[in-house]
Design a protein. Structure first.
Length: 250
């Protein structure tokens, strides 16, 4: 671990664990995660969502392939957290993980994501300057090992559709990040969620944790909304649930 990597990780921790943010996360995710639940945090990064799920009383499986960040997540999570140092995808195997040592929260197993970010507004200065080879497994394999979660959060920088390709059954609730530099990935995510049986959707932009729609919408409406977003919207999360009331309200 270099000094630059440690400094970048410390900056991410300061950002994602800023004063007041933990309470905001808890209020947002309490609709999806409760005491006694099992939750999967896929792409745990510095562990802000993992820590949130644990505070809400859940047992958490945190997937984070970067060695330094995996250690950080384990330290924040406590006994309720099990860290899996791997990537998830459509099948078992080995993959190359592209690292951004100045911004470790945007490591990716998607070369297409790196190409899409090159020169894109909002992504200036991002450099994936290192790589490691890591184990890849699937959501189905994690479920076979730990059980069916009540909620799955996926944030893996352009690899979201591949992660969902490794899931063959719906769970109560799920979220997946999208970016405006890869709207095609967002459309694949929605298509896969539909194939899994989800019919109620909503979305949130950036880290603002507020719904794009006052009421759950169908996949057609969600696709149209994402297609119409300005490039400056940058990123957000798609949510789907078998319980539409979870996608409604403040």
């Amino acid at each position: 671990m270099s000094g630059a990597e440690a400094e970048a990780a410390a900056h991410s921790i300061a950002t994602y664990f800023a004063p007041g943010r933990c309470a905001q996360l808890d209020a947002w995710y309490a609709r999806f995660v409760g005491a006694g639940d099992l939750a999967f945090d896929i792409g745990a990064h510095v562990g802000d969502r993992t820590a949130c799920f644990a505070r809400l009383g859940a047992r958490v499986i945190a997937v984070e392939p970067q060695p330094l960040l995996a250690r950080i997540v384990g330290a924040f999570g406590g006994r309720a957290v099990k860290v899996e140092r791997c990537v998830l995808g459509a099948r078992e195997g080995r993959v190359r993980l592209r690292l951004n040592t100045a911004n470790p929260t945007v490591a990716t197993a998607s070369d297409a994501f790196v190409a899409a970010a090159a020169g894109a507004p909002g992504w200036e200065g991002q450099r994936w300057d290192a790589a490691i080879t890591v184990r890849q497994t699937t959501l189905d394999a994690l479920i076979g090992r730990y059980g069916v979660p009540g909620f799955i959060k996926i944030d893996v920088e352009g690899h979201e559709a591949d992660v969902l390709a490794g899931l063959s059954q719906p769970v109560r609730g799920i979220s997946a990040e999208f970016t405006t530099i890869q709207r095609d990935v967002a459309m694949k995510v929605i298509e896969r969620m539909e194939a899994l049986g989800y019919r109620a959707f909503n979305a949130a932009l950036g880290e603002n944790m507020s719904w794009a729609f006052d009421e759950p919408v169908d996949a057609v409406a969600l696709r149209g909304w994402i297609a119409a977003l300005p490039d400056t919207a940058n990123s957000g999360d798609i949510y789907a649930s078998s319980e539409p009331e979870h996608l409604r309200g403040a």
